[in-house]
Design a protein around this ligand. Structure first.
Ligand code: ZN
Ligand code: ZN
Length: 379
């Protein structure tokens, strides 16, 4: 069982001012926040319905009657300077509209809001007010994690590591006691929940044998066999924050032939990517470092996804680590490095860690061994 030590508090109270400092650059005087993860980030409120308006000198959170007590408790615990209005849909809209009186330009989160919702806001808010589509304003703030956030992600990763250690003997026993990818995934998910995860971070991927050559295969009822490569991509959620890790094992011993070469190339590629991560480096350069190793092995076409992504309240968030990544990594940014090579008929290998960027490199939150043979890894 996980030892429950006190974690550092989340710095929620500071975030609204961090957002206000960015409103000018976003070309708005106020922002209507409708993305729930952003509402949570700015206020501490974790309910499934809520909207937040942030102006230069005020913030108003609205939700419905189910969340009357919870919203008050969470906003107060977070120390956020936010007023709360609870009511039906129209009452919430009226309260938000009233709070925007006198504001000229209001940002709507264009990546989240529906076309219909934006039309309704245009009707409600009326002529004198300009609606501006914004993108990634709160998400950019979320890229750099504070100490409390990193501690929660580290806890999530530790829960996931411990769960894998607990159930890995099932894979090694595949020779004697038959097991399917589905059964193994379920055991892993259960072990994470027992270990203190509030949920999995995303739907666990277990892809064995020929299925390992499909990067995002769903666990199937195929029996796992000795000699199979098994890609295990999974994570835990702890107090809203997620972890993400992939390990690829070979059941019952070391891989042979072409598959052995795939394992080695991906191991080196991932290590190069991890070594490339430090403050001041472009996300694209991390992708280049991984991709170059795989290209030199002749498999450029077999690495068909980006190298990684940010992780936090969402499993995929900014920054993108890919050939198109424009972000410059800064201390406190959390990214994954997860190159893979997938050869139909041979198998696939992916290795992934979740890393916190530091001034002189990075610190891995996911620390599970990269031993390949289930014989050794499960020992
Ligand atoms: Zn993953
Ligand atoms: Zn990932």
């Amino acid at each position: 069982m996980t030892v429950m030590t006190e974690l550092p508090a989340l710095g929620v109270a500071r975030r609204l001012d961090g957002l206000r400092a960015r409103l000018g650059d976003a070309g708005v005087d106020a922002l209507l926040v409708t993305t729930l993860a952003n509402v949570r980030y700015l206020t501490g409120f974790t309910g499934s319905a809520g909207m937040l308006v942030v102006t230069a000198d005020a913030a108003l959170l609205t939700s419905d009657g189910r969340y009357r007590t919870q919203s008050a408790e969470q906003v107060s615990a977070a120390g956020a300077s936010v007023e709360i209005e609870i009511g039906g849909v129209q009452a919430q809209r009226d309260a938000l509209t009233a709070r925007l009186a006198g504001v000229r330009r209001v940002g709507l989160e264009a990546d989240n809001i529906t076309w219909n919702a934006s039309r309704r806001w245009a009707d409600d808010l009326g002529e004198g007010l300009e609606l501006v589509p914004t993108s990634g304003v709160v998400e950019a703030l979320r890229e750099v994690k504070d100490e409390g956030e990193i501690a929660r992600m580290a806890r999530a990763a530790a829960i996931a590591d411990a769960a894998l250690a607990e159930v890995l003997p099932m894979l090694d026993a595949a020779a004697t006691r038959r097991v399917t990818a589905e059964e193994f995934a379920l055991a892993l998910d259960t072990a994470m929940r027992r270990g203190g995860a509030e949920s999995t971070a995303f739907e666990t991927i277990v892809a064995a044998g020929p299925n390992s050559a499909k990067p995002h295969h769903r666990p199937s009822d195929r029996w796992i066999e000795v000699g199979d490569p098994v890609v295990v991509d999974f994570g835990a959620t702890f107090e809203g924050y997620r972890s993400d890790m992939t390990r690829t094992f070979c059941v019952g011993g070391e891989p042979e032939g072409e598959l052995a070469r795939v394992f080695e190339v991906v191991r080196v590629s991932q290590a190069r990517g991890v070594a490339a991560v430090h403050a001041g480096v472009g996300a694209k350069d991390v992708d280049d470092a991984c991709r170059q190793v795989i290209a030199e092995a002749g498999w450029a076409e077999r690495f068909e996804h980006g190298t990684g992504h940010g992780v936090g309240l969402d499993i995929h968030e900014a920054p993108t680590v890919s050939p198109l990544g424009t972000a410059i990594l800064a201390p406190g940014v959390v990214v994954t490095v997860e190159p893979g090579v997938y050869l139909p008929g041979v198998g696939g290998v992916r290795i992934e860690d979740t890393l916190v960027v530091t001034d002189d490199g990075s610190r891995a939150l996911t620390t599970f061994s990269k031993t390949i043979s289930t014989k050794d890894a499960a020992a």
